[in-house]
Design a protein around this ligand. Structure first.
Ligand code: HEC
Length: 145
């Protein structure tokens, strides 16, 4: 062993630099950056006005007018869209940005078989922040947090 190391010191070094864990993490970083991050960068994520206080009561009205036709007046879904009270929509899995993006760009069907959600151009980022506050309130009431 010692002899081999002496004979090929450079080769040994190179091998270490390109060891599998490093390669794997580089690959992972690449996947992440070509996926979500690139999406977030190329797409303007709509942001509510600075200092906005999201208001669930206002969100309730906006939800009824713009989202209830598919996600259900009781938020339990319809034949056109999923329930927002499903665990998959808990804040850690679908953060507030997911709501902004859903309204702005729509959603390609990936969790269910209702088809794609089209963008909802009738709501502003502030509206969506109010709606999200209402959804979070309803979610907390059924233990989704
Ligand atoms: C025409 C029907 C329809 C309307 C109206 C609608 N949605 Fe959706 N929405 C869907 C469907 C269908 C999905 C599920 C797509 C899937 O994952 O399969 C969905 C998914 C979502 C998601 C999950 C996004 C993700 O990243 O997985 C959010 C958040 C959402 N909707 C928010 C809203 C909000 C807020 C409104 C109102 C401003 C709204 N939706 C109005 C049909 C609708």
């Amino acid at each position: 062993m010692g002899k081999l190391n002496e004979m090929y010191p450079m080769k040994n070094l190179k091998l270490r630099a390109g060891s599998p864990p490093l390669f794997a993490s580089a690959l992972l970083a690449l996947c992440l950056s070509t996926g979500l991050e690139a999406q977030a960068q190329s797409m303007q994520i709509p942001k509510p006005s600075a200092g906005l206080m999201p208001n669930p009561a206002l969100g309730k009205k906006l939800y009824a007018a713009n989202c209830a036709s598919c996600h259900g007046a009781d938020m339990k879904g319809s034949d056109k869209g999923p329930s927002m009270l499903h665990k998959v929509y808990e804040p850690s899995h679908h953060g507030d940005i997911a709501f902004q993006l859903a309204a702005k760009t729509g959603v390609r069907a990936h969790h269910w078989n209702f088809g794609d959600m089209k963008p909802i151009p009738t709501v502003t980022p502030d509206d969506v922040a109010h709606i999200t506050a209402f959804v979070r309130m309803e979610q907390r009431q059924v233990g989704i947090r």
